[in-house]
Design a protein around this ligand. Structure first.
Ligand code: FAD
Length: 425
């Protein structure tokens, strides 16, 4: 329940915004367009509440993670509130009566805000349209840079609402102003003040190990800052300022155990940044770390557990296993699936951990030769009934979603199925 409180609060704020407009309606000015203007203002207000929620979530507030179920889930909410606000913007525009003969400053500001937001959001929704993809170079970093401007258009949109001759609704307008302040403060924190207040930790790359032809293990040692407070399975953001390409902050799971005096991340080369890192990162380079974030934690689950890792999704489980101190307190069936044998990493370590911990059973699956792992097989190995089991998964999203569906069909309760999203966009 606690993990849904964040989303629930946003829904309540939207409902309250409508209620404030209904309970404290605007003074009817007798204009023939009064009802359209009224509806338009209610829609505009919801839009501001949703946008300010999005901007607030972009600040990555660590303290709010428990109310959403982790930063990855907060990004999902951010995506949903942004998309809803974006769609609502069109409805707002179509609803409010606009006089084409008597355009004022407020109307021009509305246009600037509308066009600005459309050109920032459309490349996200339709990344393959050639004209739009030019704005972002079709890269995540290009998309992120473009996104930085969204707050400017949010502020422009709000100034539009102040300069336009709106309806006289003192209480409702003051209520909405609270969200404008939250949104603007969040934006300024993310883009300006966060650099001063946020805890960016100074590290050095101690070692760079290539686990196979596409995976790099990076060992990071703190220069002077202490190791960030963390639990096994969390992730951090890291960048390497001495290399132009690697000076982008990317999220990676901490694959070491929290008690180690270094941080280790294990990175699969799959795009521009991670490929460049594979071939260019060197020991001795500086690293800037931010974190730790995330709520993926098997210790919050019950005694019987099933862990499923696909490909590089093994990293949080490496941390879980490395964190075992003495005897594992849960009965775990751990499935690690990769396409080919040479893609698998740390196999010896995983097998050694299984030998040391009778409660940990490790099943390695090479799908190209052994066939794909199925939930039926997992259920069979677990004795035929997994309704009381807790599930932890990390891997490619289609795989995780397909498995989730099958686990639910196998009577696992939805609240017992946990997975880490490796995708923030
Ligand atoms: C919580 C979390 C934990 C992760 N843990 C690991 C891990 O332990 N090992 C590992 O190899 N990978 C991990 N990833 C995935 C890793 O962050 C991406 O593979 C990497 O950032 C891709 O960058 P790229 O430029 O090489 O690829 P691109 O092809 O440019 O990006 C591929 C996708 O990665 C995501 N991405 C790219 N850049 C960023 C960024 N700056 N911030 C956030 N997301 C981005 C986007 O969804 C993008 O569509 C994790 C991701 C998340 C969200």
């Amino acid at each position: 329940m606690k993990q849904r409180l964040g989303n629930f609060t946003i829904v309540v704020l939207v409902v309250m915004t409508v209620l404030v407009w209904v309970v404290f309606p605007p003074v009817n000015n007798g204009s023939e367009n009064f009802m359209r203007a009224y509806a338009g203002e209610v829609l505009g207000s919801i839009l501001i509440v949703l946008m300010s929620s999005s901007l607030f979530l972009s600040t990555r507030p660590k303290w709010a993670e428990p109310f959403f179920g982790g930063l990855d889930k907060m990004y999902l909410t951010h995506r949903r509130t942004s998309t809803s606000a974006f769609l609502l913007m069109f409805v707002h525009l179509l609803t409010v009566p606009i006089s084409t003969t008597n355009l004022r400053l407020g109307n021009y500001l509305a246009m600037i805000s509308f066009l600005g937001i459309v050109s920032i959001v459309l490349p996200t929704l339709a990344p393959r349209i050639p004209f739009l993809s030019k704005l972002t170079n079709s890269t995540y970093e290009g998309w992120k840079k473009l996104h930085r401007f969204i707050g400017i258009f949010f502020i422009t949109g709000f100034i539009h609402s102040l300069t336009i001759k709106g309806l006289d609704a003192f209480i409702a307008i003051n209520w909405v102003q609270i969200f404008f302040i939250i949104g603007t403060a969040s934006y300024l924190y993310t883009e300006v003040f966060g650099r001063v207040f946020k805890k960016y930790l100074s590290y050095a790359v101690e070692a760079v190990n290539h686990s196979n032809g596409s995976t790099t293990e990076v060992v990071l040692r703190a220069k002077k800052d202490p190791i960030p407070k963390q639990h096994a399975g969390q992730f951090l953001f890291v960048r390497f300022p001495q290399d132009k390409t690697l000076n982008e902050s990317h999220p990676f799971t901490i694959s070491s155990a929290p008690r180690e005096d270094v941080l280790r991340v294990t990175i699969k080369a799959c795009g521009d940044y991670t490929r460049h890192l594979f071939s260019h990162l060197q020991a001795g380079m500086d690293a800037i770390v931010e974190g730790a974030y995330g709520m993926f934690d098997y210790k919050t689950g019950g005694q019987k557990q099933i862990w499923v890792a696909g490909g590089i999704g093994v990293t949080p489980f490496l941390s879980f296993i490395r964190d075992i101190d003495g005897n594992l307190a849960h009965d775990v069936d751990f499935y690690y699936t990769v396409r080919h044998r040479d893609e698998a990493i740390f196999l010896d370590e995983l097998e050694a951990a299984a030998k040391q911990n009778p409660r940990l059973k490790v099943y390695i699956r090479f799908s190209s030769t052994d066939g794909s792992l199925t939930v039926d097989e997992i259920v069979k190995n677990a004795g035929g009934n997994i309704s009381g089991h807790y599930i932890y998964m990390c891997g490619p999203l289609p795989m995780v979603q397909a498995f989730e569906k099958k686990f639910l069909e196998a009577q696992v309760s939805a609240g017992n199925v946990h997975y880490e999203e490796f995708n923030f966009r």
